[in-house]
Design a protein. Sequence first.
Length: 164
Amino acid sequence: MADKFIRFTEKIAKLCGIFAAGCLLLSIVLITELVFERYIFRNAITWQTELVTMLLVASTFIGSAYVLSEKGHVNMEYLYSFMSEKNITKLKIFTDSLCLIFFLILFYVSFEITAEAFIKNHNTGTIWGPPLWIPYSSMLIGATLMTMSYIAELIKLIRKLKEF
């Protein structure tokens, strides 16, 4: 059961990486188009800046699960060079547990603000005025994915610790 969960989170993380890369690529295209619209055609466009901001927020939160799966987050390699493999594993379990607690709190908070924005129909207050639950939901999705990823990492680390 745990192996299926780990494989599932790894597959989801890869999809999140593809999604994040797509958001970044779309942001680049939109900013390029915005430059042409403003400076060549002299048109004022309001929705592009807001959409690019939402895409960058989504790629950051949702793409973080991919970064974790690729071990791309900040590590303490220098500190690890002074420790045994068993103590490194214990330290990783401790730090991953702290991260899991953080993302559980972030999940709760993002759920609350997403639900409130959805129920009360909050929008950005601009001319375009998209609903705020859309960018807030990327934080909720990212927190969910990171929670799942840290649980999978903890399962792997605890298994590794049992081997010592």
